[in-house]
Design a protein around this ligand. Structure first.
Ligand code: AMP
Length: 305
């Protein structure tokens, strides 16, 4: 089954303590779509400007990502620039230029509206709702968000939450949206705001998953070298959503979600090994399977002789 992905498509300028790269492909939907495409076909919705390289459309098509919902609008592509501190954990946004995003009102092609799995990657919650309104009967709806929307468009975000099967957010956002420093209490409190499941990303410390009766916690893959953490969260969400869609399970239950969280974590761990989407562009299914197996081995604590 396919997954519909909507979010930002950007040209990013990213600076780490050792290097800087300008105008590289980025954006929440770019990372999420490629992450999902390892497991299922993707229907992509977004907007790019006249300056956006045509070669990316060919790349999407080569990965079974249908750009039928990507508009090319007059003006410049959305641009974002960020700088990481020496520990690569703290990031400062240097600049944001909305450009073609300013007037973006996505109109879904007719054949996208029956997509069963939906990933509302990080964009304004009103746009996420606008896309969801055009879907007929999605089976499983996932949304990602960020601190900006919690701070500036809280009403829109609150209205979206009851429409979600799964909300994904990072630990500082979970604390911010609930005003609670305990992540366990925060995860449970966010579920009471509407989504059936909540996934809290903890960067290099893994992720937590909350369900109606269940709780799951996993670590992150222990990488020695991280080159560019940008997009890890979006790739996590994409991998997770793509895995669920690709399995075509009749009922998405907690066991499926646990595995999906691990596949999301595997994809995110590859994403940060290179700048932009460069590692994901050459990633193979075999490498994903091998790292998934490593996760399985690492998470066992009773090792038989
Ligand atoms: P992440 O590292 O997972 O937080 O995602 C980084 C990506 O989010 C970058 O590629 C940016 O282009 C994109 N991004 C940054 N700010 C925004 C925003 N306000 N709305 C949508 N996407 C954004």
């Amino acid at each position: 089954m396919s997954v519909l992905v909507v979010g930002s498509i950007a040209l990013d300028t990213v600076k780490t303590p050792v290097e800087e790269h300008a105008d590289q492909l980025g954006g929440s939907a770019s990372y999420a779509a490629v992450g999902a495409s390892f497991f299922s076909p993707v229907n992509l919705v977004g907007v790019v400007g006249e300056d956006f390289p045509e070669s990316e459309f060919a790349f999407w098509k080569s990965r079974k990502i249908d750009p039928g919902g990507v508009q090319r609008a007059p003006g410049k592509t959305f641009r974002w620039s960020g700088e990481y501190a020496w520990d690569l954990n703290t990031r400062e946004t240097r600049s944001v230029a909305l450009n073609v995003f300013e007037d973006f009102r996505p109109q879904l092609p007719e054949y996208f509206r029956d997509t069963q799995f939906v990933l509302l990657a990080n964009i304004a919650p009103s746009l996420q709702a606008h896309v969801l309104n055009q879907m007929r009967r999605p089976r499983f709806v996932i949304a990602d968000t960020m601190d900006l929307w919690i701070q500036t468009t809280r009403k829109d975000l609150d209205a979206l939450l009851p429409r979600l099967d799964l909300l994904i957010l990072n630990e500082s956002e979970a604390r911010e949206i609930t005003g609670d420093t305990s992540l366990i209490r925060a995860g449970r409190a966010i579920r009471r705001m509407g989504p059936k499941y909540v996934a809290v990303k903890k960067g290099e410390h893994g992720a937590l998953l909350f369900g109606p009766d269940d709780f799951f916690s996993c670590g992150a893959y222990p990488l020695e070298d991280i080159r560019d953490p940008t997009g890890a969260g979006d790739t996590f969400a994409g991998g997770l959503a793509g895995y669920l869609a690709g399995q075509g399970a009749k009922q998405i239950d907690f066991a499926w979600l646990r595995r999906a969280v691990i596949f999301g974590s595997v994809l995110a761990s590859f994403c940060v090994e290179a700048f932009s989407l460069n590692r994901l562009r050459c990633l193979t299914s075999k490498e994903i399977e091998e790292r998934y197996e490593m996760f399985r081995v690492m998470s066992q604590f009773e090792v038989l002789p």
